[in-house]
Design a protein around this ligand. Structure first.
Ligand SMILES: [Zn+2]
Length: 115
């Protein structure tokens, strides 16, 4: 069996809703690995919460470092080459989400001390 290690990077978006205007905005970022990405996402979400944005959610995706999920890389005009870093694999390798929603509310509900 051949271990096939793909060099990857993470891209993330933190979306937040402005309490006053209702406008949804986002922050984009990039990280070298999942641990770093989770830290950056948590920091950004915390920052937006402190600014008073009512809804903050985040989504991160892991992509091939070389082709960013395209499966191929442009060589010259109109010519693309199969990405040799991932063998031409197209799309997202893995993903995670963070957010304040129904999940968090139900968690808080379960954590309420019994009286
Ligand atoms: Zn690739």
């Amino acid at each position: 069996m051949i271990a096939y290690a793909i060099h990857t990077k993470w891209k993330f978006i933190v979306e937040f809703e402005d309490e006053e205007t209702g406008a949804i905005e986002g922050t984009l970022g990039e990280a070298a690995d999942r641990d770093e990405c989770e830290l950056l996402v948590e920091d950004e979400m915390e920052y937006q919460r402190l600014r008073g944005n009512i809804r903050v959610t985040a989504e991160a995706v892991e992509l091939c470092e070389q082709c960013e999920g395209e499966g191929s890389i442009p060589v010259e005009d109109g010519i693309v080459s199969i990405c040799d870093a991932c063998g031409g694999r197209i799309g997202i390798l893995s993903t995670f989400k963070r957010g304040r929603g129904a999940e968090m509310i139900s968690t808080q509900f379960h954590l309420r001390p019994a009286s």
